[in-house]
Design a protein around this ligand. Structure first.
Ligand SMILES: C[S@@+](CC[C@H](N)C(=O)[O-])C[C@H]1O[C@@H](n2cnc3c(N)ncnc32)[C@H](O)[C@@H]1O
Length: 258
């Protein structure tokens, strides 16, 4: 049941809008004037008619976030972000350092994975991006376990013995040394990287700093259109997003022999 004060997605195929059900009347771009009082007491998933269109009332889900997040920078798609979290073994209670808040999409997935007992500390060079990311995270009630630091993830990180160090910055290789200093032994470093030459540069730097079990991959998704007449892949596949490099920190040579 939808209660006053809840955030709701007005969902129509390929078109989601997030609104707060506060009992007020609002003007919503693309939809028009909406009296949110009429949603109070309705069941999740029920249909409302707005203008001449029908919308479903859904609880905001992370998979829909790219549709309702304010965007200042290119975001990582949630389906790629969850793979980064999986490959870094990020789960309840883990402590993660992130580089590059951008619009907060990757932070959202990491915050969801670490749960209420975990923490994500995000370093970001631009104050305006921190603000955008924070506003987006508030929409999903995830700021309680988040700390944003205005600083350079390649130089300014003060945390120690963290479980994972994840970056989405243009010069990912520059963060490897800092990651090595910040991670616990066995902890994971992951970078999201737009091009293959940057991927190679990052992996070389990871090898130089004794990261091992290094994997590099790209994560594509081919949606299927399922109809009575036939089943086929969608024509609208996104052919390229980015590459991920991930590896585990091992003790440096001096530590290994002592
Ligand atoms: C592509 S965006 C990140 C997008 C974000 N992962 C998301 O999904 O919304 C890259 C961000 O990294 C920030 N950045 C670049 N170099 C950085 C550094 N050395 N330390 C911290 N942040 C950095 C940029 O200001 C920008 O906000």
């Amino acid at each position: 049941m939808i209660e006053e004060g809840t955030r709701v997605i007005l969902w129509k195929k390929d078109d989601s809008t997030l609104i707060e059900v506060d009992g007020e009347t609002k003007k919503i771009s693309g939809i028009g004037v909406v009296d949110t009082e009429r949603f109070i007491g309705k069941e999740w998933g029920s249909v409302v008619e707005l203008g001449r269109e029908e919308y479903r009332l859904f609880r905001p889900a992370i998979r829909d976030a790219p549709e309702f997040f304010e965007r200042d920078a290119q975001v990582i798609l949630p389906r790629v972000a969850v793979k980064i979290a999986l490959y870094c073994d990020i789960s309840n209670g883990k402590k993660v350092v992130e580089g590059g808040a951008g619009s907060g999409m990757l932070s959202t997935v990491l915050l969801n994975e670490v749960g209420p007992e975990g923490q994500v500390i995000t370093y970001e060079l631009r104050k305006d991006f921190i603000k955008t990311a924070e506003a987006n995270l508030e929409r999903l009630d995830l700021t309680d376990r988040w700390r944003a630091i205005h600083g350079d993830v390649t130089e300014d990180v003060k945390e120690e013995k963290v479980d994972a160090f994840v970056v989405d910055i243009p010069e990912a290789w520059e963060a490897v040394k800092m990651a090595k200093e910040t991670l616990k032994n066995g902890g994971f470093f992951a970078a999201y990287i737009p091009s293959t030459n940057q991927l190679k540069k990052t992996v070389k730097e990871m090898r130089k700093h004794d990261f091992t079990d290094i994997k590099s991959f790209e994560s594509l998704e081919r949606e299927m259109v399922v109809r009575e007449k036939g089943v086929r892949p969608s024509f609208d596949m996104l052919g390229h997003t980015g590459y991920v490099a991930v590896g585990r920190k091992t003790p440096s040579s001096e530590e290994k022999t002592s």
